[in-house]
Design a protein around this ligand. Structure first.
Ligand SMILES: [Ca+2]
Length: 306
């Protein structure tokens, strides 16, 4: 990827959410390598690194807007996710948004293709920001691009400066618009970060963990395949077999793609790094797994040696 194609200006949004306290501006992420390229290029990858798992659901808008909160009037047009924005729409009252938790220290690659009909200059802002728990701190500071009826592709890479468990990717109305327009997106991709949860339709223990491991400060979810309807007690044991955390599964009716019933186990708040942990539900015990801060670095290093 030629990063010299055209560097975009650093974003200094004119209209910030009023809830964004000035002190929170210090929480902005390191942001680098911001480029804009012509449409139809493949999503950017970070040189020499595993791009990591895809975090966006339905970024290609193949048939519907599944996974997106799109308003005020949303549709799929020519395989793109679109919203129609009437003239005079106020800031934040139109857009396509999706929640994507971010993990501190991870490098993310962000790609999207956008157009407006007719062309717009600064109506639309693109950003990733935290939730109300961190006062909507922006960690990918908002970008405002002139958009045209021809789709343009935009790429950036950045590092999350902290955990953003309730982050949202937002393509949204930023200033009240004089003229109506349609905003359309396609091929939205955000790669990197913690591996998405963990269910692998495979043989093996009914308690299924991420066998790469879990990041110390990141989300930690496992699943247990069970026909039980109510919550089940789970036990987290360390390498010596000592129970270090216990809790109840979430029987929220999750049915996997393999058609079996599963319940989720969440132990985000357990942050003691180590190896040889296991999770047990009833008579089922997971394979051992690790908790650490550099698991994915190790994985990348290992994968290069093959
Ligand atoms: Ca598409």
């Amino acid at each position: 990827m030629d990063r010299s194609t055209r560097a975009t200006r650093p974003a200094h949004p004119i209209h910030r959410r009023h809830r964004l306290a000035p002190t929170k501006l210090t929480a902005l992420a390191t942001c680098f390598g911001l480029t804009v390229t012509t449409a139809m290029l493949a999503p950017a990858t970070i040189a020499g690194a595993d791009p990591g798992p895809e975090q966006i659901t339905n970024g290609t808008f193949d048939t519907d807007l599944l996974g997106w909160n799109a308003f005020p009037s949303a549709s799929v047009v020519d395989g793109r996710g679109c919203v129609d924005v009437p003239a005079g729409t106020a800031p934040y009252q139109a857009g396509l948004l999706q929640e994507v938790p971010m993990v501190a220290g991870e490098i993310y690659a962000f790609h999207y293709e956008a157009l407006t009909v007719p062309a717009t200059t600064a109506e639309v802002r693109v950003l990733i920001q935290g939730g109300p728990d961190i006062n909507y701190a922006e960690f990918l500071p908002s970008q405002k691009h002139p958009l045209t009826p021809d789709a343009q592709a935009f790429d950036s890479t950045f590092t999350a400066d902290r955990d953003y468990p309730n982050a949202t990717v937002a393509f949204q109305q930023d200033i009240t618009n004089a003229a109506a327009y349609r905003l359309c997106l396609d091929n939205v991709s955000l790669t990197g970060g913690a591996a998405p949860a963990t269910y692998v339709p495979d043989t093996g223990p009914a308690v299924r963990v991420n066998q790469v491991g879990y990041l110390t400060g990141g989300p930690k979810e496992a699943t247990v395949v069970t026909d039980a309807k109510g919550p089940q007690q789970w036990l987290l044991r360390d390498a010596r077999g000592v129970v270090v955390r216990r809790g109840l599964t979430h029987p929220e009716g999750m049915v996997s793609s393999a058609g079996v019933k599963a319940q989720t186990i969440s132990f985000d708040s357990f942050r003691r790094a180590g190896a040889g942990y296991t999770l047990t539900v009833g008579d089922q015990t997971s394979y051992p797994f690790a908790i650490g801060s550099n698991l994915y670095e190790k994985l990348r290093t290992q994968s290069k040696t093959f």
